[in-house]
Design a protein around this ligand. Structure first.
Ligand SMILES: CC(C)(COP(=O)(O)OP(=O)(O)OC[C@H]1O[C@@H](n2cnc3c(N)ncnc32)[C@H](O)[C@@H]1OP(=O)(O)O)[C@@H](O)C(=O)NCCC(=O)NCCS
Length: 172
């Protein structure tokens, strides 16, 4: 069951064009997708694991077809990686709900699916008493509009290791 779902997510992500890929970053492997989906299935908000970073993923299906994928990481006293320390100037332990990837099939965009995922993220984050954080490429107006419409605030600009202009967003 989860194997089939991982395959469907992989197929979905293969519909991304080069512009989408610029915004999304690297495609996850089937194994990563499988682990993300499984971690979400086992997610218990009353008993969150004390692993420092738990990657999870959720899907959206219409008529049994997977049309959206969203992945995120729950941080629990995570130490910043050397990269996070350098690029994002993060000194202390990280304790937030981090939105990693969001993708909606090109034929199913502008129907509110992306917004639904963001609302679900905010609800999950609130349920475990964490702030929601997202690092978005500065020209990704679609995504930025969605976040602002949901009450996210721009925190600061930063430059990624491969020279992309990024904006960090957060939601209280
Ligand atoms: C960003 C992305 C996930 C948005 O998904 P989406 O399902 O199209 O998002 P929504 O439908 O919620 O919102 C998109 C637009 O539709 C509008 N919209 C929302 N609900 C709507 C509805 N019911 N009817 C019509 N339009 C609607 C929104 O206002 C928004 O318009 P805007 O661009 O003028 O602000 C999608 O474009 C995508 O997969 N992009 C490529 C990957 C990417 O950039 N990911 C984000 C970084 S990780």
């Amino acid at each position: 069951m989860m194997n089939n779902l991982s395959e469907s997510v992989k197929e979905l992500l293969n519909t991304a064009d080069s512009k989408d890929m610029y915004f999304l970053g690297r495609r996850p492997s089937i194994k990563q997708i499988y682990n993300e989906l499984t971690n979400f299935e086992n997610f218990d908000k009353n008993n969150i694991s004390n692993k420092s970073r738990t990657n999870m993923g959720t899907t959206c299906s219409l008529d049994d077809r997977v049309v959206g994928y969203n992945s995120f990481t729950i941080m629990q006293n995570a130490s910043p990686t050397p990269y996070e320390k350098k690029a994002l100037d993060m000194g202390s332990n990280l304790n937030y709900f981090y939105l990693r990837k969001l993708f909606v099939h090109p034929d199913f965009r502008s129907q509110g699916i992306g917004t639904k995922f963001i609302k679900q993220n905010m609800k999950l984050a609130k349920g475990i008493d964490k702030h929601c954080i997202a690092d978005i490429e500065k020209n990704n107006y679609n995504m930025i509009n969605i976040l602002i419409a949901q009450g996210f605030n721009e925190d600061y600009n930063w430059e990624s290791w491969n020279g992309k202009n990024m904006v960090r967003f957060f939601h209280d």
